[in-house]
Design a binder for this molecule. Structure first.
Ligand code: UD1
Ligand code: MG
Length: 450
């Protein structure tokens, strides 16, 4: 039997944040969510999360993750104290306990698999992950012999100068035999620089402690401050971009672009500089996005160009051009072959295939048929100060420049709206509607008084 416990009760003092450390985001997911998902492969029988600082907020964030048992650590007196809180919950448990620090988010599932299988085959009481770091500042140092047997772990702040020169560091990821650990946990002491109970002290107390050194030290980066958060973000972004480049996506300037794990891209997509994808995005083949664009929780068909624009919670068909400087907002649904031009905002509206909104428009709460041509400066006046109302425009209709369509209003098929009109009444199919003051011209005005 395997139980996984994630330590997530700490405040994260060094982050200097109102947010508990484990809720800091990294490429669109929180640290604790990443740690939990790195162990999901193992299909553990029990999954426990030790919460303490802002426990409710952490629990709330993970409310939709099924099968988690929350264990409260109050107050927080160190990593050993955190694991002591598991004793009642795991009273009758037999098997291994995998302990994961909640601030080590880049671990690969394969690395955790390797740790658990080495632990099972060696018969040690605990096996921990280690890494050899060029700059081990801040990490606990692991003292081990050439056979991989660990004698002790000494925290950076408790190390002598000589001990600090040891580059073998503790990653904060351990596989314990629970019964052996449960026996030594009550014996931990606070005899250290921080006056805390350290989980790392259990390795000296257990009969046999071993370690597994990771090949890629980047995986075990622990996040204690904003600099480390930024370094991990950079590493994760690089992993994501490399993955998509291997899948046929081109980046003109990779380092200037960010992705999230929920993104998928077709073949021959070109991502121009300063372009960002957040949340869940599906991007079809042959799209060209950027420069300077943001796409968030959106889907784009094939052959879509997005130039200097923002596309959020919107869906776009095939062969569409967006921008420059367009804003697609939530529930914008843009059909195949549409064109959304400069300074155009579209919200909660459906645009049928081949429709064009080329310049300076607001289209909100509207339903446009196919091949509608929305003239420059056309506005759907959707809000009466209390409620939002719908504008409908039928197929093959055109609005003249600077039209205001006051919703609720229905414009039929093949309608032409005269430029500068304010339309407040429905317009039947095939009509011309003009709603503006008649022009008055006073000839000879310039030479009056001569
Ligand atoms: C810890 C290890 C150190 C290791 C490093 C790896 C100890 C004593 N030290 O140090 O050897 O090199 O991780 O990143 O374990 N937490 C609780 N309750 C507490 C204190 C902490 O749940 O009372 C949680 C934190 O939320 C965090 C994790 O435990 O997720 C680690 O705590 P942190 O304070 O970051 O330990 P480090 O100083 O990084
Ligand atoms: Mg830490």
């Amino acid at each position: 039997m395997l139980a996984v416990a994630v330590l997530a009760a700490g405040k994260g003092t060094r982050m200097k944040s109102a947010l508990p450390k484990v809720l800091q985001p990294l490429a669109g997911a929180t640290l604790v969510e990443r740690v939990l998902s790195s162990a999901a492969n193992l299909k553990p029988e029990r999954r426990l999360l030790i919460v303490g600082h802002q426990a409710e907020r952490v629990e709330q964030q993970l409310a939709s993750t099924g099968g988690l048992e929350f264990v409260l650590q109050q107050p927080q007196k160190g990593t050993g104290h955190a694991v002591q809180q598991l004793i009642p919950a795991l009273k009758d448990f037999e098997g291994e306990l995998l302990v994961l620090n909640g601030d080590v988010p880049l671990l690969r599932a394969e690395t955790i698999d390797a740790l658990v299988s080495q632990h099972r085959s060696s018969g040690a009481d605990v096996t921990l992950l280690t890494a050899r770091l060029a700059d081990p500042t801040g990490y606990g140092r692991v003292f081990a012999d050439t056979k991989g047997i660990v004698s002790s772990i000494v925290e950076h702040r408790d190390c002598s100068e000589e001990q600090r020169s040891n580059g073998l560091t503790n990653a904060g990821i351990y596989c314990f035999n629970w019964s052996a650990l449960a026996e030594v946990l009550p014996k931990l002491s606070t005899d250290n620089d921080q006056g805390e109970l350290y989980l790392t002290d259990t390795v000296e107390m257990l009969p046999c402690a071993m370690h597994l050194e990771v090949a890629d030290a980047d995986e075990v980066n622990g996040i204690n401050n904003r600099r480390q958060l930024a370094q991990c973000e950079a590493l994760l972004q690089q992993r994501l971009r490399n993955h998509w480049m291997d899948e046929g996506v081109s980046f003109i300037d990779p380092d200037s672009c960010t992705l999230s794990e929920g993104c998928s891209f077709g073949r021959d997509v070109v991502i121009e500089p300063q372009t960002h994808f957040r949340g869940d995005c599906q991007i079809g083949d042959n799209c060209r996005i950027g420069p300077g664009s943001l796409v968030e929780n959106a889907s784009l068909g094939a052959h879509v160009n997005v130039l200097h624009s923002v596309v959020r919670e919107a869906s776009v068909g095939n062969d569409v051009a967006i921008g420059p400087f367009a804003h697609l907002r939530p529930a914008a649904e843009v059909g195949d072959g549409c064109r959304i031009g400069n300074f155009v905002e579209v919200k909660k509206s459906q645009l049928g295939a081949g429709s064009k909104v080329n310049h300076l428009s607001y289209i909100g709460d509207a339903n446009l048929g196919t091949n509608v041509n929305v003239g420059a400066g056309t506005i759907t006046a959707n809000y009466d100060g209390v409620n939002k109302h719908l504008t409908r425009i039928g197929n093959n209709s055109k609005t003249g420049a600077n039209s205001v369509l006051v919703a609720p209003v229905t414009i039929g098929d093949r309608v032409t709206i005269g430029a500068g009109s304010t339309i407040t009444k429905n317009v039947p199919d095939g009509s011309l509607a003009i709603g503006r003051a008649k022009q008055m011209t006073k000839e000879g005005w310039a030479s009056r008084g001569e």
